[in-house]
Ligand binder design. Structure first.
Ligand code: DX5
Ligand code: ZN
Length: 214
């Protein structure tokens, strides 16, 4: 069954506790926290302290996506804050091997993210260490964009390359395009706009969980 991970980027920043509790009550599987450094992406979002407080507010796993050129600078802070999955970008300015090892040393799941135009060949070596591969379906930085139609083929390619871990996608996902992503090998759907604008998120999540099921 596909996992649904609401992206808090689309929540009301002045009512984060209300909105995240609402998504948990609606049956979401994870909560996706988009961390941005205003350098790797032209936007700034969320601190380790927000993750620490979210950890106290909800019980679903916190799926933290570090859109940072230097994720090593705040890795311990996000690990200490209670991230359950910590994902770093293959395009960051630092090698990922050591970062993934540090994440695993803390018994946290490690993810590798690739932007829409990045060839997954660049992460072939690291794939065996990745619990999750995040194939961004939009250029990272902002919610509310249109899904990049080239990316589903990249998910199929990852499976053909022998990847058997979680494949996650993030950006522009809604009820109409999710079935095709599932066909291409998706396990986890990050959804911001489509979920937070929904008046009955529980009904939507129930329908989404039913997609791809026999
Ligand atoms: C991009 C962000 C978005 C957000 C979800 O960096 O990561 O992908 O989480 O976007 P929407 O609102 O399109 O679901
Ligand atoms: Zn994200």
């Amino acid at each position: 069954m596909v996992k649904i991970a609401p992206s808090i980027l689309a929540a009301d920043p002045l009512n984060l506790e209300r909105d995240t509790r609402r998504m948990e009550e609606a049956g979401c599987d994870w909560l996706h926290v988009d961390v941005m450094d205003a350098h790797f992406v032209p936007n700034l979002a969320y601190t380790p302290d927000i993750v620490r407080r979210l950890r106290q507010a909800v019980s679903v796993p916190l799926d933290v996506h570090l859109m940072m050129d230097h994720p090593e600078t705040l890795l311990d802070a996000f690990l200490d804050a209670g991230a359950d999955i910590l994902t770093v970008h293959a395009e960051a300015e630092v090698p990922l091997e050591g970062i993934i090892r540090r994440i695993h040393e803390r018994n946290v799941k490690a993810g590798i993210a690739v932007k829409p135009r990045t060839d997954p060949e660049i992460i072939r070596e690291l794939m065996p260490q990745a619990d999750l591969i995040l194939t961004m379906t939009v250029e990272p930085g902002f919610g509310g964009q249109k899904l990049d139609e080239h990316v589903p083929a990249k998910m199929r390619k990852l499976r053909e390359m022998g990847y058997r871990g979680w494949i996650e996608a993030d950006g522009g996902i809604d009820e109409s395009n999710l079935p095709h992503l599932i066909d291409c090998g998706l396990d986890v759907a990050v959804m911001g706009t489509a979920l937070f604008r929904e008046k009955d998120p529980a009904a939507l999540i129930r329908r989404l969980h039913g997609l791809g099921e026999p």
